[in-house]
Design a protein around this ligand. Structure first.
Ligand SMILES: C[S@@+](CC[C@H](N)C(=O)[O-])C[C@H]1O[C@@H](n2cnc3c(N)ncnc32)[C@H](O)[C@@H]1O
Length: 212
């Protein structure tokens, strides 16, 4: 199921192109490798959300080769920090090439390892935590993100509509689908978050960390 009609997606994409050459190189690689980057429309949404709250410290769970991180790195500006995580050293190396070329590598710390373990080890309080790891791990992210966000900070999660497979009658009972359903229920029920799902691309959950 397309969450957004493909013609609307194409229309919005054409409006949004901003000519960052490294972005197009990353998209070409993603297409070659069939690697799931967030894409231009969600990327711009990440930039906008981070800018709206004046984010200077962003923690990414699942960075791939740095596509989403490029939007965050631009949003935090010089002196800001984006911590990237990925289990693949090859992705880290590729991210370094792209993000150096985009002139933002000095704002990036890239850790290779299990994203949730790295967040626990690095610790600290973050303005934005962005979640794009294996879907089976989604339920374990909610409480951890809550503990590491400042009040007013954003916990942003990609793919929460999972091509419509989250619907109860979709007939899909795969572990990833069940995990996303559980994650969505858990996130909406969490008293420390105020959550909205934006049906952009594959569904993006934006949860504002409440005071207290
Ligand atoms: C969907 S891709 C991320 C795309 C990236 N956010 C972007 O838009 O450019 C997911 C990435 O997370 C990594 N990954 C998945 N589960 C992980 C985990 N538990 N810990 C660390 N990395 C993980 C995968 O290696 C993959 O590169």
């Amino acid at each position: 199921m397309d969450i957004v009609h493909p013609r609307i997606e194409a229309y919005l994409r054409a409006l949004a192109e901003d000519g960052e050459p490294v972005l197009w190189e990353m998209e070409r690689l993603a297409s070659e490798l069939q690697f799931p980057v967030v894409g231009l429309l969600v990327g711009r949404m990440l930039y906008q959300l981070a800018s709206m709250i004046g984010a200077r410290r962003v923690f990414e769970l699942g960075s791939g080769f740095g596509y989403s991180a490029l939007f965050f790195a631009k949003a935090v500006g010089p002196g800001g920090l984006v911590v990237c995580t990925d289990r693949s050293e090859r992705n880290r190396q590729q991210a370094e090439v792209f993000l150096k070329r985009a002139g933002v590598w000095d704002r990036i710390q890239f850790h290779v390892g299990h994203a949730l373990t790295v967040l626990q080890q690095v610790g600290g309080t973050w303005d934005v935590i962005f979640n794009d790891i294996d879907k089976e791990d989604y339920p374990a992210t909610v409480e951890l993100a809550y503990r590491h966000l400042r009040p007013g900070g954003l916990f942003i999660t990609d793919n929460v509509l999972w091509g419509g497979r989250v619907l109860d009658d979709s007939g899909d009972d795969a572990p990833a689908t069940r995990a996303i359903r559980a994650f969505n229920r858990q996130l909406f029920a969490h008293p420390g978050f105020y959550t909205v799902v934006y049906p952009v691309r594959d569904g993006v959950a934006v949860a504002v960390r409440q005071p207290g």
